[in-house]
Design a protein around this ligand. Structure first.
Ligand code: PHE
Ligand code: ZN
Length: 851
């Protein structure tokens, strides 16, 4: 651990910056080792007698002057520099600084760095201070002028192109912005170009910049961008506001993508796609992230965050918007089910462990550690609840008011809630707890039927989370439907508003005891604790009119069955198999939906569920039970599988749309089951015939599950050598599908492969991220999985703290398991914590996980 625990930053300590920055002018003289950054800041005090603090890290100060007069006595410390109040004029002044930085050796990928010969930047959250001295905080917004001097052919920055000549270019961004939205790119790039005419008639050039040779894999991203721009106009009334929109793809990137004003920078895996190199999952992610970053132009850029505690203000809202977009572009219920799966797998997991924190935290050590599922996914859920509570018209009125009132502001969650209160007249004091209180509420429900009256009684309780022992009740929107015993809907979806710790709702005038469909559409991010009477879940799986709850019924049933198989050695239950068979055979149902129903709960999800019900999960038993259930399902479906696989095959040209992707998903789900029966015969054929990456990788996964696929792996590597994104898949698939006993060995061997370029975050994640996702393998009783990951995290921390810290969350569930496993995991975590010189990022995470 770091020698002295760093002091946390507190929400309660917020104070405005005592100066305004009226203009920023930057000049970059690019050089891999000796880049010079010249800055001219026009500053104006807003409070008298305050010193000027500027952030700055790892900068070599060359010169500093105020109104043209050098300041030779000011020396920066590790965090920046301070100019005493006594040296500052009482009115506007100009501060000029020249610093030197070395992009080539910047392996942390924060600030100005190089990726495959391309200069690029990443400034969110606090990377700008690694470029020059500046008040690097989101509430300081200023217009930027940027001049780039370099012999690279393409020179880009934010805003509009102003002028250029051989070896230089100037950009002007008219919209005041915080420094975290600054970006610069210089490289040998080619553009895939198109244009979009905004609703007020401005034809806007759109460019996706990539390395030469990649330009034929940009069409899908461009199409997604054009659709996003149109959607934001139609649904939110938001128009693009610059003369050009640029996207750049780089191979080395810590996260998915970044919404820099007018110049989004993307991890290349979220841009580049062609049928033979990208899977349907890749296409879907590209569409979503292109939309997400574009939507930030209004929710994040035009209206930004006052401080980083308000991160969900832009991220929760922008995720909510990208989810709405995706459900408009594709199938709404399928999209919702996928979002629920992600929420549970990532956010519920976080909320139930040592890293639980509120959607709006009130303290952090390293802000990079708070780009979490809670801020993003739960942040989006909270907005979904708000929309459900105020209705579509109320939501629209509130959002119009938000854009109207706060355009150009650095806003807070209080501002956000106030527009809803003002637009709808609703008091949101209790609702605010969703932002301030961590933890996933558990919602217990009991029902009663008497004299034609049906009563549902709910009890809510939120388990304690770190630093928050007591949780007052929250307002929970519970979408409910009631079905008659014949399957007819007797109460269409109605939203109950629960505000008390315990609350009953009565339904009168029913002729028979109804079957409740509770939490339709997953109307609140809670765990529903219902001991369903026998047959209820199977009934809902067959009859629920709400597709999300129909899926949820099957899911709940599968979890019940798996839990009994794990804890009591029960047999796979016939009602589950029959229910799934009916769904799979029902050709009226969307293939994507049927594929989701066939997908068994993940092993980590089962461990989470068992742990929450007081059982110590045994990863090996879960793994074995899941396989037995799949085998039983395969046997049950044996007569239909070959026919379905044949009929779902498509020999036409590849179509990345949702319908065709759904067919491929169902076909691969069937192939996975058939592999349990034929040992991989059909998968071998499917792999040989695969005409796209989805089918190829899907069949290869089946083969690896069946203990085959060696020849196919070799051929795959040979064919795709040199294509980084596809080789990532080659690494990942082997780790994900390794037998638990062999996982550490397989992963270790892969780390010795010449292509294991571990400093590239995508490549590192393709092995080490997959290692942690192989549940039974990672939690192998030998502790080999834990140790392997810990050793590599230690190694990576020295070059890239941010990605290391993020990946340490693989350990966040360690206290769920038996004492032997706990001891192994704890030892691995302690070996990281004990490392001299450990980064603040990783130190904070490992410290919180170990607590
Ligand atoms: N703001 C980015 C997004 O959500 C995520 C990001 C954060 C990227 C920090 C890089 C660094 O779109
Ligand atoms: Zn975002």
């Amino acid at each position: 651990m770091t020698d002295t625990a760093p002091e946390p930053t507190l929400l309660a300590d917020y104070a405005p910056f005592p100066f305004t920055v009226e203009q920023v002018a930057l000049t970059f003289r690019l050089h891999p080792q000796h880049t010079r950054v010249l800055s001219r800041l026009s500053l104006k005090p807003t409070t008298e007698g305050q010193p000027l603090h500027l952030h700055g890290e790892n900068l070599t100060l060359i010169s500093l002057s105020l109104n043209g007069a050098p300041l030779p006595d000011i020396a920066p410390d590790a965090e920046g520099l301070t100019i005493p109040a006594a040296l500052l004029p009482a009115t506007a002044f100009t501060l000029e600084a020249e610093v030197e930085i070395a992009p080539e050796t910047n392996t942390a990928l924060e600030g100005l760095y190089m990726s495959g010969g391309i200069y690029c930047t990443q400034c969110e959250a606090e990377g700008f201070r690694k470029i020059t001295f500046y008040p690097d905080r989101p509430d300081v917004m200023a217009p930027f002028r940027v001049r780039i001097e370099s012999d690279m052919p393409v020179l880009l920055s934010n805003g509009n192109p102003a002028a250029s000549g051989p070896g230089w270019a100037e950009w002007v961004d008219p919209w005041p912005k915080p420094a975290y939205l600054f970006a610069l790119v210089a490289g040998d790039l080619v553009a895939h170009s198109a244009s979009f005419t905004t609703r007020s008639g401005r034809a806007t050039p759109l460019n996706i910049w990539v390395r030469p040779g990649d330009e034929d894999r940009c069409a899908f991203a461009m199409d997604a961008l054009q659709r996003s721009m149109a959607w934001d106009e139609q649904v939110y009334g938001r128009e693009y506001d610059l003369e050009v929109f640029n996207i750049v793809a780089v191979d080395d990137f810590n996260m998915g993508a970044m919404e820099n004003k007018g110049l989004n920078i993307f991890n290349s895996k979220l841009v580049l796609a062609s049928a033979d190199t990208a899977t349907d999952t890749d296409y879907e992610r590209i569409e979503r992230v292109i939309a997400h970053e574009y939507f930030h132009n209004w929710t994040g850029n035009r209206i930004t965050c006052r401080d980083w505690f308000q991160l969900c203000l832009k991220e929760g809202l922008t995720v909510f918007r990208d989810q709405q977009f995706m459900s408009d572009m594709r199938s709404a219920p399928v999209k919702r089910i996928e979002d629920v799966l992600t929420l549970r797998a990532r956010q519920f997991r976080e909320d139930m462990g040592p890293l639980a924190h509120p959607v709006r935290p009130d303290a952090y050590v390293e802000i990079n550690n708070f780009y979490t599922a809670t801020i993003y996914e739960k942040g989006a859920e909270v907005i979904g609840m708000l929309k459900r509570l105020v209705g579509d018209a109320g939501y629209k009125a509130a959002l119009d008011l938000y854009f109207d009132r706060h355009d150009g502001d650095a806003a807070t969650i209080e501002d956000w809630l106030k527009v809803f209160e003002d637009a709808t007249g609703r008091d949101l004091a209790q609702f605010k707890r969703w932002y301030t209180d961590a933890g996933t509420p558990r919602l217990a429900v009991e029902d009663d039927w008497q004299d034609g009256t049906y009563t549902l009684t709910f009890r809510q309780e939120t388990p304690p989370t770190p630093g928050q022992p007591d949780k007052p009740p929250r307002v929970i929107p519970i979408a409910l439907g009631l079905l008659a015993p014949n399957g007819d809907e007797v109460l269409p979806t109605t939203v109950l508003e629960m505000t008390e710790g315990q609350q009953s709702f009565r339904f009168e005038g029913l002729s028979a005891r109804p079957v409740p469909s509770i939490l339709r559409g997953f109307s609140a991010p809670v765990v529903l604790d219902r001991t369903a009477p026998p047959g209820e879940r199977a009934f809902l799986l067959a009859h629920d009119t709400d597709p999300v709850n129909r899926w949820e019924a099957g899911r709940g049933l599968a979890k019940e069955v798996l839990a009994r198989m794990v804890t009591e050695g029960a047999e796979p239950a016939a009602d589950l198999l029959a229910g799934l068979e009916a769904v799979v055979r029902d050709e009226c149902l969307d293939p994507a939906f049927r594929a989701l129903c066939l997908r068994m709960p993940a092993e980590d999800d089962m461990a989470q569920t068992l742990h929450a019900s007081g059982v110590v999960p045994d990863p090996d038993a879960i793994h074995a039970a899941r396989k037995r259930l799949q085998l039983a399902l395969a046997q049950r479906l044996a007569p239909v599988l070959p026919g379905m696989i044949a009929s779902l095959a498509n020999n036409g040209p590849f179509d990345p749309g949702a319908a065709a992707a759904g067919q491929r998903a169902l076909r691969l789900a069937c192939l996975g089951l058939l592999t349990r029966l034929d040992g991989g015969e059909a998968a071998t054929r499917a792999h040989a015939q695969a005409g796209n990456m989805t089918d190829s990788l899907g069949a290869l996964s089946c083969l690896l599950d069946a203990g085959r696929g060696a020849a196919e792996l070799t051929a795959f590597h040979q064919r795709w050598q040199g294509n980084r994104l596809v080789i990532d898949k080659w690494f990942m698939v082997q780790v994900l599908h390794a037998a638990p006993d062999r996982l550490a060995e397989v992963a270790t061997t892969l780390t010795r492969h010449p292509d294991f370029d571990w400093k590239n975050p995508n490549r590192f994640r393709s092995v080490m991220g997959a290692l942690a996702e192989n549940h039974a393998g990672f939690h192998h009783p030998s502790g080999a999985g834990y140790r392997l990951l810990a050793d590599w995290l230690i190694k990576l921390d020295a070059v890239n703290p941010q990605t290391t810290a993020r990946m340490s969350t693989a350990f966040e569930t360690w206290t769920r398991y038996d004492t032997d496993r706990q001891a192994q995991a704890q030892g691995a975590l302690q070996s990281i914590a004990a490392r001299p010189g450990l980064s603040r990022d990783t130190g904070e995470m490992v410290g919180r996980i170990l607590k």
